[in-house]
Design a protein around this ligand. Structure first.
Ligand SMILES: [Zn+2]
Length: 254
């Protein structure tokens, strides 16, 4: 347990959002929390301070809740811990009943998981694996524009892994389905937990093999090759999408 007066990072999550003070995760003692929180759990450590997930029940505090995206400019470790709190809060809302017997679940006393009160099955929080890939063709990078991004920004191709496929197969399938391009030389580049609400982004680099761009307009509003000198607005700093874009531009520049 935390000392009652010890200052800790507070990750107060509710409905997929996080409580911020002046754009930062609050650092305070658990005893000075302005919320009644039914759940208080240590979920990690950051720069010598404990990091705690707490729940919020007080409706009045809703106006202090923000998107996790506000923390993209923080360190990746702190961003991931805030995302962990959001994923655990999502687990509470998304897995209230046992998927085996239908009885109510409650949060387990030991694990970050849900426990059935009837058959005692343990249900871990769902994490959905997604690939995200930057494709290079000589001195250009493949970028796509999605209708869900209201500011018109472009980003790399991403998609959910299907049962029975390897990550490399998923990369090839998603790029082919969304853009008509075949890729080769698929290699792993890094990962990022993405709590919107419960994805794990697994990042890859790949090279163009063949094909002409034919965007899947059910998914995209555009897809095109861009050179590093003529880039559109792209995914923000702090995202693995941006990191993959910068890695590819770095490779192009040599
Ligand atoms: Zn059960």
């Amino acid at each position: 347990m935390s000392q009652i007066s010890e200052e800790v990072y507070i990750c107060a999550a509710k409905n997929g959002q996080i409580w911020l003070k002046n754009g930062k995760l609050p650092v305070m003692s658990l005893s000075s929390l302005p919320y009644y929180s039914g759940i208080q759990r240590k979920i990690g450590q950051y720069e010598g301070k404990q990091v705690w997930w707490v729940t919020i029940n007080d409706q009045d505090e809703a106006n202090q809740l923000f998107s996790l995206r506000e923390l993209l400019t923080e360190s990746p470790d702190l961003f991931a811990l805030a995302g962990k709190a959001i994923q655990l809060e999502f687990m509470l809302r998304d897995q209230p009943f046992c998927s085996r017997c239908g009885a109510p679940n409650d949060i387990d006393q030991v694990d970050h998981a849900m426990r059935c009160g009837n058959c005692h099955s343990l249900h871990y929080p769902r994490v959905s694996p997604c690939i995200i890939v930057a494709v290079r063709k000589k001195d250009q990078i493949l970028l796509a524009q999605h209708p869900r991004h209201k500011n018109g920004m472009y980003t790399v191709i991403a998609g959910f892994v299907e049962p029975g496929e390897t990550l490399e197969q998923c990369v090839a399938r998603e790029v082919l389905e969304e853009t008509g391009i075949r890729v080769t030389n698929v290699r792993y580049a890094g990962s990022q937990p993405w709590a919107f609400p419960s994805n794990l982004m697994m990042g890859f680099l790949a090279d163009y093999e063949s094909g002409e761009i034919t965007p899947d307009y059910a998914e995209l509003t555009d897809a095109a090759w861009f050179s590093p000198e003529g880039m559109p607005e792209v995914a923000p700093k702090g995202t693995i999408a941006r990191e993959l874009i910068e890695m590819t531009c770095g490779l192009i520049r040599g």
